[in-house]
Ligand binder design. Structure first.
Ligand SMILES: [Cu+2]
Length: 256
């Protein structure tokens, strides 16, 4: 016979284990659940710096955008840029809304290499949360939409070194840092970057690795002693980094 006395006892033990497990599951599912606090208002938003950022949606062929989703900027972005990995075509478009008002200025432009589209911002855009929605269109006429959000909070400029009124400023690339890192300057200030390190550095406009936000701010490779110079004629915020040390070497220029 298969059903020995020992086998019968093992079956009883198994039945007992199943009952206890089921009871535990019941307790957890029906009792614990009712004790847990109500679900957060929305799992779709993320609170940062006093702003509620919704989950961004990426279009087909999406690669990157500037400002980054969730960025809190001390000043107005120069333009909104969306980077893709396919050929953009008309009628690709970008809209920038805050409080029901459009802050995108002029037409959406497609870069010469067709891998980025950009739109200027209205001057004097107020502080607040901005919702960017874009429509990326391809040579076959099909389009895909996406969206992201960023915020402007001018009080964040308190964390910037105030260098307004100076005509010329030098930023040292030293010990794998930009020094000074975050600066507030007047329009038409000439900025010179000089590499003091023995490692090669770069000055690159955000985002990494597309470097599309303000292309004139992309330097060639800078060896020790090399310099790179730009004059900032347009008000706005210019976040940048070194593409050889993109995670750690960052800087920001707020032009007013
Ligand atoms: Cu570097």
């Amino acid at each position: 016979m298969i059903h020995t006395k020992k086998g019968g006892a093992a079956l009883w033990l198994l039945a007992a284990v199943i009952l206890v497990a089921a009871g535990g599951g019941y307790y957890y599912y029906f009792i614990k659940k009712s004790e847990s606090p109500p679900a957060a208002k929305s799992e779709e938003t993320q609170a940062m710096g006093g702003f509620e950022f919704a989950t961004p949606k990426k279009s087909a062929h999406y690669e990157n955008n500037t400002p980054l989703h969730g960025a809190i900027l001390a000043g107005m972005p120069l333009n909104i840029v969306v980077d893709v990995n396919f050929d953009l075509a008309k009628p690709s478009s970008i809209s920038v809304m805050n409080g029901g008002k459009e802050y995108g200025a002029g037409e959406t432009m497609i870069d010469a290499n067709k891998l980025a589209m950009r739109r200027k911002m209205e001057q004097n855009a107020p502080d607040g949360l901005y919702s960017v929605s874009y429509n990326a269109c391809w040579p076959d006429g099909s389009c895909h939409d996406g969206n992201f959000q960023f915020a402007i909070d001018r009080e964040a400029s308190a964390k910037y070194e105030d260098m307004r009124g100076k005509e010329e400023i030098t930023i040292r690339l030293s010990e794998v840092k930009f020094t000074p890192m975050n600066i507030r300057v007047s329009k038409n200030t000439k900025i010179m970057w000089i590499n003091d390190d023995t490692v090669t550095h770069y000055v690159n406009t955000n985002p990494h690795p597309q470097h599309t936000y303000y292309p004139p701010q992309n330097s060639p490779a800078l060896q020790k002693g090399d310099g790179f110079m730009r004059t900032f004629r347009e008000a706005g915020i210019y976040n940048y980094h070194c593409s050889a040390h993109a995670d750690s070497m960052k800087g920001s220029i707020l032009v007013e």
